[in-house]
Design a protein around this ligand. Structure first.
Ligand code: NDP
Length: 444
């Protein structure tokens, strides 16, 4: 059995009932096969793959809090510090009822390679809880965040581990978490990113993941002799990533006709109105049925359906495994020629393979959504300098980083004889830097 297969089997055996983690490991190891086989003896002796697929530390903790009725509630808290070879652990916190250890491990594992691809000195980590802020009062969210941080604070720090937002963790939650950290530690430090602008946040961080996705998509299309302007785009999700992806796609001349949330989806033939969408999702925190009230020519449908809409470019920006093989077949038969992931692992392995076999330009999230974490790293730099950069400065750096990421993965794919396979390119480029740093630091 090859070393890659041996390690994959070990991961499955040692991490039972964690299908998302197995899926992420399989995708990465499969595309690294050529690199691993060229160095098999050395990597095997050093157990490099066993080490890179095992978190340096995984912290599980109880989060008790009191709801508005006086009832004590208990949630599970997680922080997985996966790999610190190239910098302090960095990765978001996810608050959603589906969160479990396997999901946090899949996200933390992906984060290692994503962070490496940014070219910035950040290691990989991820955390969160099965607490869902939806439907909770501000006081309940604050009570939960304070309890969560009362345990987490001892494991994080500006030079150790710097969490940020993810699904269910936006500006409100980061504010409550930061306030509690500062209170317990009596230290004003850049321990979280995605902070508000009045207390150390970076301009353009809110927009960064969605904008970065479009900067990379534009470069990918350009390098393949196509352009974004004038194209029809379908987007899934209606959260932070989706909203700013829609906004930037429209600024670059594309027409975005869909968005969705976990209960339904919208088709707006005239193009999504971002101001209305922001009002519904960021201000009212309401369902998408409110969107069509303000846009009478738009349609609202219950359930899943954005991938059935005819388009040139698809940008999945909601959650993992939201685009499966059937969806991929529909998109291809409708003429879609480019898919770039805004969410983490939104496309199943079968759907990814189908896109690649059918000539669709496909970019994995660990490259195309890296603008968020890259700008978080820029927030860390500003916090260390105690300076604020302008929106234009941060946005220009973000554009440069995304263009650079695309060329890194394009070059890596070409170098290893897999031109146009951006999944392999991203995994190889991300892996090589981390592997070299791990080897240089000895057996730790
Ligand atoms: P948000 O919580 O802001 O938004 C998530 C969106 O996805 C919401 O519209 C949500 O709907 C929808 N959604 C969640 N689950 C489903 C589902 N099962 N079916 C359909 N829609 C669903 O999260 P973000 O926008 O921050 O994150 C989206 C994705 O991007 C995640 O995969 C995240 O890991 C990834 N990402 C985020 C980064 C960031 O900077 N925020 C950085 C890099 C990656 P509802 O409101 O109904 O829950």
């Amino acid at each position: 059995m090859s070393y890659v297969d041996e390690v994959y089997e070990r991961v499955v055996a040692q991490n039972p009932a964690q299908p998302e983690f197995h899926q992420a490991v399989k995708e990465v190891l499969e595309s690294l096969r050529v690199v691993i086989e060229a160095n098999e003896e050395k990597y095997k002796k050093e157990a490099l793959l066993e080490r890179i697929t095992t978190p340096e530390r995984a912290i599980l903790f109880r989060v008790p809090w009191v709801d508005d009725k006086g009832q004590v509630q208990v949630n599970n808290g997680y922080r997985v510090q996966f790999n610190s070879a190239i910098g302090p652990y960095k990765g978001g916190l996810r608050f959603h009822s589906s969160v479990n250890l396997g999901i946090i491990k899949f996200l933390g594992f992906e984060q290692i390679f994503k962070n490496s691809l940014t070219g910035l000195p950040i290691g990989g980590g991820k955390g969160g809880s099965d607490f869902d802020p939806k439907g909770k009062s501000d006081r309940e969210v604050m009570a939960f965040c304070q309890s969560f941080m009362t345990e987490l604070y001892r494991h994080i720090g500006a030079d150790t581990d710097v969490p940020a937002g993810d699904i269910g963790v936006g500006g409100r939650e980061i504010g409550f978490l930061f306030g509690q950290y500062k209170r317990i530690r009596d230290s004003y430090e850049g321990v979280l990113t995605g902070k508000g602008l009045t207390y150390g946040g970076s301009l353009a961080r809110t927009e960064a993941t969605g904008y970065g996705l479009l900067y990379l998509t534009q470069e990918l299309l350009k390098c393949n002799g196509k352009e974004l302007a004038g194209k029809t785009v379908v987007v899934s999700g209606s959260g932070n990533v989706a909203i700013y992806a829609i906004q930037k796609a429209q600024q670059l001349g594309a027409k975005v006709v869909t968005c969705c949330d976990s209960t339904g989806w919208v088709y707006d033939p005239e193009g999504i109105d971002v101001a209305v969408l922001k009002d519904v999702k960021e201000v009212k925190r309401a369902r998408l049925t409110e969107y069509v009230k303000a846009r009478p020519n738009a349609e609202y449908h219950e359930g899943k359906g954005v991938w059935s809409v005819k388009c040139d470019v698809a940008l999945p920006c909601a959650t993992q495994n939201e685009l499966d093989l059937e969806d991929a077949k529909t998109l291809v038969s409708n003429g879609c020629f480019c898919v770039c992931e805004g969410a983490n692992m939104p496309t199943t392995l079968e759907a990814t393979e189908y896109f690649q076999k059918n000539g669709v330009l496909f970019c994995p999230g660990k490259a195309s959504n890296a603008g968020g974490v890259a700008t978080s790293a820029l927030e860390m730099s500003q916090n260390s300098e105690r300076l604020h950069w302008t929106f234009e400065e941060v946005d220009a750096k973000l554009q440069g980083i995304m263009v650079n990421i695309f060329h890194n993965l394009d070059d890596a794919a070409k170098k290893y004889g897999m031109e146009g396979n951006y999944v392999a390119g991203a995994n190889i480029a991300g892996f090589l830097k981390v592997a070299e740093a791990m080897e240089a630091q000895g057996i730790v």
